[in-house]
Ligand binder design. Structure first.
Ligand code: COA
Length: 185
């Protein structure tokens, strides 16, 4: 069971069935806001859908293909961060994330993202970490930019979002760059 206390406010906990109800409630309460950028919202209709999502993340974890953790802020579930698309052949992965709307503006995701990249680089010994965000998703793009990721370019029409293809800004950091930047953090 992965559990990581980042500081006195923010903690990452691997998602399990015990989080299903709270995670569904958080999703349901933020439906309109999350729908702008998250492609899976309309498919998440009941807590059973959230259970199936968690089950999928547990299976991927068991196979060493990624991790999905709930983010707790002052003891309350406020969002999710994950590592997906993990390739052991190329030692790379990608980070995905979302927060409930009212939790924005506290640096929670920047802290969560820093912690999960630390985990990917130092524990999993991965070489490349990627973050992709819709080109107009300013708040999401600010996270890799704040953490010193490099913008590599724009992947055109790379995500289907409710019937339209959107362009994604592709950011990455390599393990040696991350370790180097840690000295100034
Ligand atoms: C993307 C998303 C997680 C960003 O949330 P966020 O709150 O802006 O990001 P953080 O939690 O890192 O907080 C950063 C904000 O807190 C402030 N902040 C406060 N303390 C901070 C700290 N210790 N460290 C960093 N920032 C801090 C920053 O100044 C920034 O505020 P600003 O935008 O007013 O300048 C959120 O908007 C979201 O979930 N959106 C919908 C889903 C989505 O788009 N997911 C990503 C798909 S690619």
């Amino acid at each position: 069971m992965f559990k990581y206390k980042i500081d006195s406010e923010v903690e990452l906990k691997m998602l399990g069935m015990q989080e299903a109800e709270a995670l569904f409630r958080l999703t349901d309460a933020n439906r309109q806001y999350l729908r702008e950028w998250m492609p899976w919202i309309d498919e998440t209709k009941t807590s059973e859908d959230t259970r199936l999502f968690i089950e999928g993340t547990r299976k991927r974890w068991a196979k060493g293909l990624g991790i999905a953790t709930g983010i707790e802020y002052r003891g309350e579930l406020c969002g999710v961060i994950d590592l997906h698309g993990l390739s052991w052949t190329n030692r790379k992965t990608a980070v995905g994330y979302w927060l409930g709307a009212s939790f924005q503006g506290n640096g929670i995701m920047t802290r969560a993202c820093r912690a999960i990249v630390d985990y990917a680089v130092h524990e999993l010994k991965l070489h490349r970490i990627e973050i992709c965000a819709g080109i107009h998703n300013v708040r999401s793009r600010a996270i890799p930019e704040r953490l010193g990721f490099q913008l590599e370019g724009i992947a055109r029409g790379a995500q289907l979002l409710y019937g339209r293809y959107i362009d994604l800004a592709v950011y990455s950091v390599l393990a040696d760059e991350w370790s180097e930047s840690a000295r100034s953090r």
